[in-house]
Design a protein around this ligand. Structure first.
Ligand code: GN1
Ligand code: MG
Length: 358
């Protein structure tokens, strides 16, 4: 791979002065390209996961163009309020000599947090994700590609998990007996959101689907969540996916691969703070049925996270980037501990939505 040549394929509008690699994220490979007119992010799209990169780019350009128009109408700065993709010739991607797909966008400066102790900060992250969903409430979901089919279909994730247990491709199932049993006991939990979407209780919306804390860029001066990033999994889905995933990651006391499980638990005050921000950002674009299901969605999506990590471990680590051999198993155990803790603190978590239901 010749990164200089790849970077040179994009029309930044000014010469590139420096390139450096950024090692964050489990999926894509990322570089920063500094130009006279600012910093850009240049990213290789992981084709093992995203089979048709053209479709991702169609989705993300469509969605950011839509948000851009809204920001302009509201008198806000579109360059810092959403991502701005850069063309390579006539297209929004470049294919390198090895057939890999690359894309580039303007870097939005600000803070991205991997962990958060402040309820006020987490509430502002919630507002940003709520606002994002509101901005896209009138976006025609039918024009979006389902880039990873059934991404948050927890029932299908469960089926893939059972298939991985049965195949036991690398002989790891015996070592995971306890985790497998824990997940099997919660098979019904997997259907909670899927069933609600199927029977119309939860509307199909345009959702982000990867609402980790670090996917919001926070403005350093105002402290507000100014730009939602990592738009690759924007697809039709349920608002509960976005809420649940945000809690799974941001309301945990520890990183998702913390191995000392006594340090892994859910923080109800953080759930309450995120809920408040999220509902405020949505400004009415949420139904009563959705509000009622918010606390439970966190358990569903955390369980789904555990299922995905364990499935990958059983399959021989073919999906998530790992940094040591049992990384996926440790992540799975961590997420299961979080599920168990959410079950114990159910009443406290339910209390966080009570005031929106009166
Ligand atoms: C992946 O690469 P990253 O960190 O944005 C994954 C998410 C998982 C997350 C777990 C496309 O996201 O769904 O929740 O890892 N993204 C994809 O850390 O599978
Ligand atoms: Mg992501």
């Amino acid at each position: 791979m010749n990164i200089e040549k790849i970077v040179a394929a994009f029309d930044f509008g000014a010469p590139v002065t420096a390139i450096r690699e950024c090692r964050i994220g489990h999926i894509n490979s990322t570089f920063f390209a500094d130009c006279a007119n600012g910093r850009f992010v240049v990213q290789r799209i992981n084709r093992g996961i995203f089979k048709r990169p053209e479709e991702i780019m169609s989705n993300v350009v469509g969605v950011t163009t839509h948000i851009r128009k809204k920001l302009i109408a509201e008198g806000k700065d579109p360059d810092t309020g959403t991502l701005t993709f850069v063309k390579s010739g006539e297209r929004y991607f470049h294919i390198d000599e090895e057939g890999e797909y690359w894309r580039a966008y303007r870097f939005v400066d600000g803070d991205c947090f991997n962990a958060c102790d402040s309820a006020a900060l987490f509430s502002r992250v919630g507002s940003a994700f709520g606002r994002f969903q509101r901005q896209l409430a009138d976006y025609d979901a039918a024009t979006l590609y389902e880039v990873i089919p059934d991404f948050h279909n927890t029932v299908k994730r469960y089926e893939a998990f059972e298939a991985a247990v049965a195949a036991d491709a690398v002989g790891r199932a015996a070592e995971c007996a306890e985790e497998i049993a824990f997940i099997r006991e919660r098979r019904d939990v997997c259907a909670i959101i899927v069933d609600g979407l199927a029977d119309g209780r939860f509307p199909l919306r345009v959702t982000h689907n990867d609402t980790k804390l670090n996917n919001v860029v926070m403005n350093r001066e105002t402290g507000e969540g100014q730009c939602v990033i990592d738009l690759d999994t924007v697809m039709p889905g349920s608002l509960l996916y976005d809420f649940g995933d945000a809690i799974r990651f941001g309301a945990s006391s520890a990183p998702e691969d913390e191995t000392d499980l006594s340090r892994v638990y859910v923080k109800p005050e953080m759930v309450a703070a995120f809920t408040e921000g999220f509902i405020e950002g949505l400004a009415g674009a949420i139904t009563v049925e959705e509000i009622k299901a918010l606390p439970e969605s966190a358990r569903v999506i955390t369980l789904e996270g555990a299922i995905r990590f364990l499935t990958d471990y059983l399959n021989g680590d073919t999906y998530f980037r790992i940094h040591y051999p049992t990384h996926n198993l440790d992540r799975a155990r961590n997420q299961l501990k979080l599920v168990a803790d959410m079950e114990e603190r159910r009443a406290e978590l339910e209390a966080s939505v009570a005031k929106y239901l009166v």
